[in-house]
Unconditional design. Structure first.
Length: 469
């Protein structure tokens, strides 16, 4: 698979190269056509005249190629959302039609001369010189067009290269026919003409097969498998479900559907898409794929992750999730925070929906219980409390911590007065080897006792840190 330039500057340079090569090919075709036509007329060689006619088709074909390349470079618009790359395929199809028409005409005249015995050939050095020059020019054109077609992934230039490879063989056969006529075998001219028509038909068939495939949106051979492998190698891709590609001039367009873990946040999914795009760019820089993601349940997902995912989809604040296995039956309980001003009817409907989703996920035998807690959604206007009040609260927290004997170093005590009451935040330290459950119970007990002592506190948040060693 060739790799055309990917940056805008490189694409402009690539397009300029394609136009320049196509224009040079037109000029070479005109010169060869005139030379072969004059030599064929002078010698009476049907093979040489048919070869000149073939070259005349080349002039038309290369002109179409030049025009198609210019049209294909136009950007997408309101009518052509995927750009104009198909113009190259259309030009190649028209060239195919010319080849088949020419093949039929040459074959007919060749067979007519063989059956009637007509057609005297008078070889001369001029005709030989014209053919030698044509062979050299065609070989050069084939090499330049092939190299440029691969470098720019151009269908139209590839079609021209294929065309001129047949021209090269034709010219060699015509040269052989003139040699045979010079040694007393005039029938060789008509036979070679028929052979030339066969080569033209074969070239037309090969070109038609490729062009029709492109126009019918056939995937470039082997590209889909390479794309699947590249996409699968991108980190975060769980599966590659579908890859659909089609050629549009020098570009490859398509779409891919991939599986990603359903527990991932949106920003991680976008990062996976970017990695997929980078993988495809490494394979074909001018490829443009639309990547669609499908959430997939992974085998290693924990029950807690699945519960949190269901809550996140409903934008619910859920905590205190308890998961039990009771006699082979799964039991899930959780606290749901809902706006305290919501009616119980609406709040219960939210809880029912969440519970139903859990049963759909884990099975209808699953025991699910939820506890509703009021969620303070209003933004409180607060102000710093007076220093004496802050000191009193700090002393109370530190005293309850000393009494418990586990929590130490109460610090960073902040107290704000709000319309709903006092909001208190503080930091403290607990042993580093203590479990989260144990630390939570200790801090909760301090908070409970402090609120009993100071009823004006509406919210107290203690942040536990591991004690310094």
């Amino acid at each position: 698979m060739s790799q055309p330039p990917s940056s805008p500057a490189d694409r402009v340079a690539s397009h300029a190269l394609k136009e320049r090569v196509a224009l040079v090919s037109i000029l070479a075709s005109i010169a060869i056509t005139i030379g072969k036509g004059a030599a064929g007329y002078a010698t009476g060689s049907l093979a040489l005249i048919s070869d000149a006619a073939h070259s005349l088709v080349d002039v038309v074909a290369t002109t179409l190629t030049f025009l198609a390349i210019r049209a294909a470079h136009r950007p997408a618009d309101d009518e052509h959302h995927f750009g104009h790359g198909k113009f190259e395929s259309l030009a190649a199809l028209v060239e195919t039609a010319f080849l088949f028409i020419l093949s039929g005409a040459v074959a007919f005249e060749g067979l007519r001369r063989l059956t009637t015995g007509e057609g005297e050939v008078t070889p001369n050095r001029w005709a030989v010189a014209v053919l030698v020059v044509a062979i050299v020019v065609d070989a050069w054109r084939w090499w330049v067009l092939t190299r440029t077609a691969k470098a720019t992934n151009s269908e139209a230039l590839a079609a021209d290269a294929l065309h001129f490879s047949s021209d090269l063989v034709n010219s060699v056969l015509v040269l052989a026919a003139l040699g045979a006529a010079a040694y007393g075998f005039p029938q060789a001219d008509a036979l070679v003409a028929v052979g030339v028509s066969v080569f033209i038909a074969v070239a037309g068939f090969r070109l038609a097969r490729r062009t029709v495939g492109s126009l019918l949106d056939a995937a470039p051979k082997g590209m889909a498998d390479q794309a699947r492998t590249a996409i699968a190698s991108a980190s975060g891709v769980v599966s590659v479900d579908e890859v659909r590609l089609r050629q549009a001039g020098g570009a490859i367009l398509g779409e891919a559907t991939i599986g990603v873990s359903r527990t991932l946040p949106q920003e991680d999914v976008l990062a996976i898409k970017e990695r997929v795009a980078e993988a495809i760019a490494g394979l074909a820089p001018d490829a443009r794929l639309t990547v669609t993601t499908r959430p997939v349940a992974l085998d290693d997902e924990t029950i807690l992750e699945r519960v949190m995912l269901i809550a996140a989809r409903r934008r619910l604040a859920v905590h205190h999730i308890t998961i039990q296995n009771v006699g082979g039956r799964l039991s899930i309980s959780a606290d749901i925070e809902i706006d305290g001003q919501t009616s119980m009817g609406n709040a219960h409907a939210v809880a029912d929906d969440f519970e139903g989703a859990l049963r759909d996920e884990f099975g209808h035998r699953t025991e699910v219980e939820t506890h509703l807690e009021p969620l303070e959604v209003a933004r409180l206007e607060g102000r710093e409390a007076e220093a004496t009040l802050v000191a009193r609260i700090a002393t109370a927290i530190a005293g309850h911590a000393r009494a418990g004997g586990t929590v130490t170093d109460v610090h960073s005590v902040r107290v704000r007065a709000t319309p709903s009451g006092l909001v208190v935040n503080y930091h403290c330290r607990v042993p580093g080897d203590m479990t989260v459950d144990e630390a939570h119970r200790c801090v909760d007990e301090i908070d409970r006792l402090t609120r009993i002592e100071l009823p004006d506190i509406t919210r107290i948040v203690g942040h536990a840190e591991p004690a310094r060693v």
